[in-house]
Design a protein around this ligand. Sequence first.
Ligand SMILES: Nc1ncnc2c1ncn2[C@@H]1O[C@H](COP(=O)(O)OP(=O)(O)OP(=O)(O)O)[C@@H](O)[C@H]1O
Length: 254
Amino acid sequence: MLEVKKLSFAFKDFEVLKEIEFRAQKGQFVSILGNNGAGKSTFLKCIARILKPQNGVIIVDGKDISRFSSNDLAKVVGYVPQRYASTRLTVFESILIGRKPHFLSITPSKEDLQVVENVIEKFGLKPLAFRYLDELSGGEMQKVVIARAIAQQPKILLLDEPINNLDLKNQVEVLSILKKLSKENGILVISVLHDLNLAIRFSDHFVFIKDKSVFASGGREIITPEIISNVYGVEVKIETSHDQLFVVPVIPTI
Ligand SMILES: Nc1ncnc2c1ncn2[C@@H]1O[C@H](COP(=O)(O)OP(=O)(O)OP(=O)(O)O)[C@@H](O)[C@H]1O
């Protein structure tokens, strides 16, 4: 469904990504992992066509993304940025904007309204539906931005640190919604995450970015102390409890 071939990207002469190779399938939940500044957001922005790589191709459903119209790309690829500006729109209006690529006229269809209502329900946003975005907490706003991308019904959903403003309950809720979308609706979810243990719990594929390249890519088998210590520069142990893997940093006694 998504194929990235020899992708290289630089900000002027500062090279961030070099000859990245990556493939992902329908229904997968992929975590993009790596240190601050490794190039994870840049990678997502290239797939979302926000940044134009100097070299390489990105193919979605057999078609080079540079050949999609903006509207067609929005039907296929949804993107939740790391930072977003709040506007004087209500939660309902903001999520409805996610349906814009599907609009057949200037007024939303019954289906558009139904999709928005379902997403609002799913995210528990009903009590906030007519609240303005600039009156929301950071976590509430983050849920609205994710809800809007889901209302867009893309085949590929890219999320840049989607849980960084959320409390534990909402982290688990949002990741569970994303996991369900990937499993039940066949959406390819690709998310930058910093919490390794939540990434392990929810994803089925991991991509570690280091030194401008993909350092390791694969399933649970690549969650090893060697790979993680090497990527993050921190000694770790991997422990197992209730059939789950946990990454535990080895912290010297202070
Ligand atoms: N617009 C820009 N102009 C110049 N350099 C940039 C720009 N945006 C990002 N960079 C640099 O590119 C590198 C990769 O940034 P990127 O945001 O992709 O990293 P990241 O892995 O997502 O980091 P984090 O985990 O901290 O969010 C960093 O060194 C960053 O300073």
